[in-house]
Design a protein around this ligand. Sequence first.
Ligand code: XIL
Length: 338
Amino acid sequence: VPSPTAEPAAPQRLFGAAVRPDQLTDETPLLAAIRGCGLLVPEYHGQWSAVEWRRGDPWYGNYDAILDFAEKHGQQVRGHSLIWEQMTPDWAREEMTSGKDWKTIERHFATLLPRYSGRIREWIVVNEMIDTEHGDHGFRRTSFQRAYGNDYVRRALETARVLDPQAKLMINDYSLLYDNPVDEARRNKMLRLVESIKASGTPLDMVGIQGHLELRKGRISQPKAARFMTDLAGMGVEVAITELDVLEDDLRRPIGERDRLVADAAQDLLDVVADQKAVGSVVTWGLSDKQSWLQDRLDATKAAQACTPVDCGRMNRGLPFDGEMRPKPMHAALQRTL
Ligand code: XIL
């Protein structure tokens, strides 16, 4: 776990963070913390629409920048991600919908996997495929699902393995940790999916649990989260916490209390992780509150609260470092565990 000045440690589990290429250029306290990570994940610059926004004209600048930096500092990079509905270019959506031709996927995978083979050693092949509320047999209705059917997840893994036989292949999803009917159904769906992938002999090496915690959802269920991870491990996959952060629910509390609640939420998950040999890495979704995507997600929360203008200006404090890169109790929780 990085402190603003520390050298990379050699922890039991890899600690990583989502980064943006523009954070890797200037010597800032944030950069020092990024250097302390063992694993870097492009926050959104690695997505299909960020690489190939014009068909057939991929731009590799972002992956190259992150890889050059990581390799200079002995860090690993995780590809994020090959398939994710939210950041799929419009031209690809249209092409899939009209042609329903798997070549669209093959071409996309071929622009990235062979180029980075041996350098990007693990890939999130499909991100956010589960929807047990509105989906089709638990599969989110996306352009991929509509064009190729629910089997697209399995086919994507097969295609990725062919294009880079060395890379670890991963699927990744959210809302898998709490004790409520939705999370429960989602855990079951993930387990059934992994089971069927494995039964068909399709390659799958890792399952990512995003870990976007939300205080309004209460505490996670440690027994259910532990059971879920044990079940996954039993199916022969490595488990990763891929996008840890904590969405607050009330910015009007004193800062000390807020930071303690955030740290406790993270600690709940980290305690589970500590007992699970199958969990090889924990990635936080950024390092500093100032750059956190939660600032955008928070707007809805702020609007729902009758807060004063001063309160409304406050940031969510769901990452290990505050906006000034001061470590918070969540940072200590990570350091204790990893
Ligand atoms: C988010 C980024 O943090 C934002 O900056 C971007 O605008 C949208 O995506 N699940 C994921 C991540 O897998 O890629 C998302 O990241 C957060 C939800």
